[in-house]
Structures are given as C-alpha cells and as structure tokens.
Design a protein around this ligand. Sequence first.
Ligand code: 5MM
Length: 341
Amino acid sequence: MDTESRLEQTIRDMVDDRRGILAADESLPTIAKRFKPIGVESTEENRRAWRSLLLTTPGLGEYISGVILFEETLGQTADDGTPLPEAAWSQGIVPGIKVDKGTGPLSGAPGDLVTRGLDGLGERLKRYQEQGARFAKWREVYPVGRHNPTLLGREANAEVLARYAAVCQEAGIVPIVEPEVLMDGDHEIDRCAVVTEQVLHEVFHALHRHQVTFEHMILKPNMVLPGKACRRAGPEEVAEATLRVLRRAVPAAVPSINFLSGGQGAEEATANLNAINRLRGNAPWQLSISYGRALQQPALHAWLGRSENREAAQQALLKRARLNSLARRGEYDPSLEQAAD
Ligand code: 5MM
C-alpha cells in the first residue's frame, strides 16, 4: 500500500460517528501520579497489567476506535501473550503512539513551554510502525497567564507541531495534533476562548506552511473552559464557546476533532461533549473524544491494583466509553449514570 492509501485507510478505521479514542499514553512520571492515589506502585509489570486490562475489555471496540499508547506498551503483551497492539486491533481499535518527549521552558518566552522530541523522529516512527503503530500523537502545552502564551510561544509551538505532523505523514502515520490550552489558573472562559482561537489559527497556518494534508490528520484540542480556580461553566456555555472557536479556526477538511479531557471530571467531560454535539448544527467535523483521565479514572478506582477487581474495572471503563458514545450523538442524559451501573 502506498503512503497516501495507508493514511486514508487509517483515517477510515479511526473516524466514524459513534466511537472515540482512548488516551493511555501516560509517560512514566504521569502514570506514577495516576497510580499513587490508589496505592499502586508504578512498576513495569503494574503498568503492563493496567494497560492489558484496558485493551482486553470485552466489547470496547464498539465505542473506541483508537488507542494512544506509551512507547513501553508497544512492546508489552496481554496476559495470554498477545502483543498489546495486536490485542487492541483484534477489537478493531487502531494502535497509535505518543512520540513527544515532554515539555521544557521556551527560551525567550518566560512562562511558555515547548515540547521536545523532533530529533530522530523519522527513525523512531519506522520502529513504532514495525511494532504496529498506525498513528502518532504530539502535545504542545499552553499555560494561560496575564502575558502567556506569548506570540513567540504560539509561533514556536505551532512550528513544532507542524514539523512533527509533516514527518508523520511522510512515513504514512496519521498525526494527532494536540495543542492543549491548560485549565490551570483563575481565568474566565472568555480568556480561554481568545487564547484557544489564537493558538489554533497559528497551528493551522504552520500545518499549511509545512504541507500537512488536513484530510489525513486528527485535531485533539481542549474544550473552551474557565480556569480551574474560576466559577464553573455549564455544558451549554462550554459548547457554545467551543463551537464558536472551532468554526473560526479549524478547516472543514479536518475529518475529526477529538477533545482531551484536561482535568474535567468524567461525568462533566461526557456532559460537555453531549452539549457540543447537540449544538453542532452543520459543523463539518466529527466531534469526539481522546480522553485519558475522563475514561480511565473510574476504572482505576475500581481496580486498585488487584486482579480480583479486573472485571469491575473493565465494566467501569466500558460504561464511560458507552456513555461518551451516546454523547457523540447528543443522546446522553445524566440520569443514565445510575442506570448504567
Ligand atoms: C492532556 O493529556 C492528554 C489527554 O488526557 P486527559 O484526557 O486526561 O487530559 C493525554 O493524552 C496526555 O497527553 C498523556 O496522558 C501523556 O501525558 P504526559 O504528560 O505524561 O506526556
């Protein structure tokens, strides 16, 4: 298959009107942070057991079309010895890989960050492809402050995202482009809207300059939300602000927008997605999820690192995946939370 056909096939396998993407790509420090509250040590075997539990959840492929893995997971196996990327694909879930190497300060732009990992990316992609990865993900992070993100920060981050996406497409790997405007801080929802719009304009300008084909990528943005230390906004307010920004900044050629949850509670993230899909009108893209915490947290708390809780944890994951699938069509209602137990 040539490169373009590979990209098209991956988009076809990942994008439809009912499923979403599971983000299970926590780096070593992040997974340790997720395991700590449930008293689980972040050993290689515990990480394998957790991710194997997630990917072998019976029926998950009905609601999930792709999974973002961490490098280590690509080489790990399920309890029955099946390589984990293969276990995912046996349920129709396309395996992908987080390829960025985390953030550091951006010189010349105090308060802004930039993500590392471009050096040698082409070589790494070849290895990941051999291990079964068909798409990749890269996150740029934008803290919101009085002066942040700066123009330099927005330009530098967009350039890095575009260079990553171009390298991926050249290798036949679909890039998920993730610019995340953080929820940290006490800013109002309007400030998040302004920043997100500026960030997305810059990102799409850079993608265009670097000849990235919009039809062969997926955008993973934040929803437009107030800062965590500000008053909460209801789902309709979030949906209106999010759709307004996306309509202004995201080309119609992009097939799918898959939101990150970014620290929202699991039910809040589902309710917001539902409102977005109820208000979507004739929006040209699929509007779906690429949640990490909002899919995994209830399952983690059901698991607690004990093999006897495996089934309960899989049920908790399946419940969130199913309710988010309903929210994809604007058919979710909070009363379903109890009914689904
Ligand atoms: C923003 O984080 C991404 C989505 O997860 P949430 O829905 O929980 O916000 C997630 O894919 C993230 O990029 C990975 O967990 C990797 O994070 P680190 O910081 O470990 O690279």
